[in-house]
Design a protein around this ligand. Structure first.
Ligand SMILES: Cc1cc2nc3c(=O)[nH]c(=O)nc-3n(C[C@H](O)[C@H](O)[C@H](O)COP(=O)(O)OP(=O)(O)OC[C@H]3O[C@@H](n4cnc5c(N)ncnc54)[C@H](O)[C@@H]3O)c2cc1C
Length: 293
């Protein structure tokens, strides 16, 4: 049973961390509460971060996209800066999380900080080289999203606050697409794959392949990415892609559970990787319709 004794509101990020450390008892941050309230939390108090000024979305002069941790998934789905970045891939991924009532409450920060291997926002953000911004009471840290997840439901945060994520301006023109394999949009992902390619002069200059729900943490398929990097588009034949996809499937470490077997998940990583790369290379990279992989 939830033994909540105090509900604290933070008006800025540093205050949120200070309130978290103000004992006694065990506290937790709360944003949308859509994960937390499902899980019968054992905390004595919560620190509400919705008024801490970390919900904004902005493009910097250099073209980087900053997404505040308390931005809701529906805002991500609709925001003009997000729909205009990398073909709108982040917006499309957000629009496929849960249902509209959930998305209007659930935040991107909560999705990442809950740190499920299947967190739906993680693959697309990993595929666009996201950086996490973390605050302590009197210091800030930034680190690649690849280093944020430590294990299932575990991040580097401890009692610090995730302030937001940044996507570098160089990725704005990348072609990016993701696919969530699931029974219904409200179900947990069986497999998630996100691919982004920086294509220039008929050649793949940059490649990212990110996978969700197939390892203890959301991950990148680095070996498969390396195979794609530097390839001329004309060299990306079906046979070559079968090899790349097989390498990506070999890099993950899926679980057998009641939802799907490890073998099926691995096969789906291969299929989706192949299809997403083909789709990106044959499309104009615009994701707004979010078609099936
Ligand atoms: C019906 C339903 C359907 C769902 N469908 C999906 C789905 O399709 N895909 C999917 O990925 N998820 C889904 N979810 C899960 C959930 O909605 C998302 O993970 C959501 O983004 C969590 O955000 P939140 O703001 O509600 O997090 P909260 O529940 O408020 O917080 C989650 C955790 O993160 C911590 N936290 C939150 N923000 C911060 C921060 N800024 N810094 C540090 N710690 C923080 C909290 O302390 C808590 O431990 C679904 C949930 C429901 C109820």
């Amino acid at each position: 049973m939830w033994n909540l004794q105090e509900y604290r509101f933070a008006s800025n990020p540093a205050e949120a961390v200070a309130l978290m450390r103000k004992g006694p008892g065990k506290g937790a941050y709360i944003a949308g509460g859509t994960d937390m309230l499902l899980e019968h939390p054992t905390c004595d108090f919560v620190v509400d971060i919705n008024k801490a000024g970390i919900g904004d979305i902005a493009r910097t002069a250099g073209g980087d996209l900053f997404i505040g941790a308390a931005a809701t998934l529906q805002v991500l789905a609709d925001n003009v800066f997000v729909t205009g970045f990398a073909g709108g891939a982040v917006s499309v991924a957000a629009s496929k999380c849960g249902n509209r009532p959930v998305r209007t409450t659930a935040t991107v920060g909560g999705n990442l900080c809950n740190a499920l291997p299947s967190a739906d926002m993680a693959p697309v953000l990993l595929a666009l080289d996201a950086t996490c911004y973390i605050t302590d009471e009197d210091s800030q840290e930034s680190l690649p999203l690849t280093d944020f997840f430590v294990g299932p439901r575990l991040t580097v945060l401890e009692d610090r606050l995730l302030v937001g994520v940044g996507l570098p301006g160089e990725c704005a023109g990348w072609r990016c697409a993701s696919h969530k394999l699931t029974r219904t949009a409200e179900d947990i992902s069986l497999v998630q794959v996100a691919v982004s390619l920086g294509v220039d002069d008929g050649r793949i200059q940059e490649a990212r392949i990110a996978l969700g729900a197939v390892a203890p943490v959301p991950m990148r398929a680095i070996l498969a990415e390396t195979m794609l990097m530097g390839q001329e588009i004309t060299a990306v034949t079906p046979d070559f892609m079968r090899d790349v996809a097989a390498i990506a499937a070999g890099e993950c470490d899926p679980l057998d559970d009641h939802r799907a077997s490890a073998e099926y998940r691995r096969d789906m990583v291969s299929v989706l990787t192949r299809r997403l790369v083909a789709r990106i290379l044959t499309d104009d990279g615009d994701n707004r319709e979010g078609g099936a992989a």
